[in-house]
Design a binder for this molecule. Structure first.
Ligand code: NAD
Length: 321
């Protein structure tokens, strides 16, 4: 059995590895070769924490396992990240434990890979301004991954807690992009690509603020009751997702579906675009919206890549179990 620590994950998995692993598993999901098992997520009544499991099996990549973890909102005050998770990988032929892999860094890179895959496949090629809604732990990872997909020349950003914006501004500075904190209406008017990655429970962006041709990657809504977008925006957009079942139940589409503004059949798996079974963006004026709900198979895909690379590079610890 291999142990791959958080530090080793950071050493062996880069953005490009995560992009390739997540894109492949999205493609396998759309072909029916990989599937996620029902998600367990519980408020445990302690430390205000949400805890659960995401699991699945990728028959194409032969990856079986689960991510255990959740969200502890008080962690930041203890110098820890609020999301805490660990991935367990099992041998699909025997059920034996194959690897224990730190899941915190991998969660951030696999989530950033997800939105960047949507940008690669759906955003206008001439997109120049990147809009960021959110400035928490995930936002910097999102910004770095998105910046590699188009030739952006500026970042505009808004956050519910404005004091967090300079941290995101530093990331933009590090990758050489001018950064401006703006109001939400201005963000919608300027941005060609918008990423939302917040813990919001109400719409942050209204339909009329978003210009034609925009691509939105909505990444924050991963639980029933959470919300970042005006449901009318989903009705105006062509909606894509990592997994339709999650999109309509715990993703951003849950609200537009509940309001009867869109139907499930109108939501397309991003894997169908990757596989060439859906054309993706149809025109320069179309608003495309990716509902990135976060599936267990993403975690397993990057954890499996991390275990393989760590073993190849002699960095994984072998333990008899
Ligand atoms: P974080 O705690 O570091 O940051 C939270 C962010 O949400 C900050 O920008 C904060 O200002 C903002 N926020 C908090 N309360 C808000 C409110 N009431 N209205 C609007 N904004 C508010 O968290 P993080 O690790 O950056 O994660 C952000 C969100 O992304 C979380 O909700 C998390 O569950 C979600 N997430 C989704 C995926 C996925 O795959 N889709 C993966 C990881 C995290």
């Amino acid at each position: 059995m291999l142990i791959v620590t958080e530090d080793i994950c950071k050493q062996v998995i880069g953005r490009a590895d995560a992009f390739v692993a997540v894109e492949a598993v999205f493609a396998a999901m759309a072909k029916g070769d990989a599937y996620n098992f029902p998600v367990i997520r519980e408020a445990i009544g302690h430390a205000d924490a949400l805890y659960g499991f995401k699991s699945g099996f990728d028959r194409a990549g032969l990856v079986l396992g689960l991510k255990s973890g959740g969200y502890w909102p008080g962690n930041m005050d203890k110098g820890l990240t609020n999301h805490q998770s660990t991935v367990f990988l099992f041998d699909p032929d025997t059920g034996m434990l194959q690897a224990l892999v730190g899941g915190n860094y991998l969660t951030a890179v696999r989530t950033a890979a997800s939105s960047s895959i949507s940008i690669a496949h759906l955003a206008r090629k001439d997109a120049k301004v990147l809009g960021m809604v959110g400035a928490g732990h995930q936002a910097g990872f999102q910004l770095r991954a998105a910046a590699e997909q188009r030739e952006f020349n500026k970042v505009v950003a808004w956050n519910y807690h404005p004091d967090m914006l300079p941290g995101l501004g530093k990331v933009a500075e590090e990758i050489g992009l001018p950064f401006e904190a703006v109001e939400r209406e201005q963000l919608g008017a300027e941005a060609d690509v918008i990423i939302s990655i917040t813990a919001a429970h109400e719409p942050l962006l209204m339909k009329d603020w978003v210009k034609p041709g925009t691509h939105l990657a909505c990444m924050g809504t991963d639980t029933a009751g959470k919300q970042e977008m005006d449901p009318a925006l989903l009705a105006a957009a062509t909606v894509f997702t990592d997994e339709v079942a999650q999109s309509i139940s715990i993703g951003e589409a849950q609200h537009a579906i509940a309001a009867g503004l869109i139907v499930e059949d109108a939501i397309t798996s991003i894997g169908d675009v990757i596989n060439g079974n859906h054309p993706g963006r149809a025109s320069d004026d179309e608003i495309t919206l990716f509902d990135g709900t976060g599936v267990g198979l993403q975690d397993l895909a990057v954890a499996s890549a991390a275990a393989r690379l760590a073993e190849e590079q002699g960095k994984a610890r072998q333990v008899d179990f």
